[in-house]
Design a protein. Structure first.
Length: 138
């Protein structure tokens, strides 16, 4: 029985030793180049807000009247694309709390000044970005 197993293993390993030949080895492919319309999720250098984001948010967010009236607090997460030129596009709420907070979060994101764009291979590219905005009553 041991001789049968040993013979099977020997024939298997000898077959696999010759399985790769020079013809089957693929040549090294060039580094992938970003396409103009491609939107990245992770890049070498992520986009950055130009300035102090917390200061911008605290000076520009208006707490919605309905949320004040109903004691609504929480976090709204807005997803958007920072384009190659730093502009903000395709914003949408991916997690909301309602009572006007979602709309206010979209308003504030859409009114932001241009960001420093993300970079891949040293070139500006479009990048998806998620921004959580907290609505808290004091």
């Amino acid at each position: 029985m041991y001789k049968l197993i040993a013979a099977a293993l020997l024939s298997f390993t000898s077959a696999t030793c010759f399985a790769q030949s020079k013809e089957t080895i693929a040549p090294k492919q060039e580094e992938a180049k970003p396409q103009a319309s491609e939107i990245f999720t992770f890049v070498e250098q992520m986009p950055e807000f130009s300035g102090d984001l917390n200061k911008y948010l605290s000076e520009n967010i208006r707490y919605p009247a309905e949320a004040l009236k109903n004691d609504i607090q929480g976090r709204v997460v807005v997803k958007f694309v920072v384009r190659e030129d730093g502009s903000i596009t395709d914003s949408k709420v991916i997690r909301g709390i309602g009572s006007g907070c979602d709309e206010e979060a979209l308003r504030i994101v859409n009114s932001m000044p241009k960001w420093k764009p993300g970079k891949q291979n040293g070139k500006p590219v479009a990048v998806n970005f998620n921004l959580p905005l907290s609505f808290k009553l004091k």
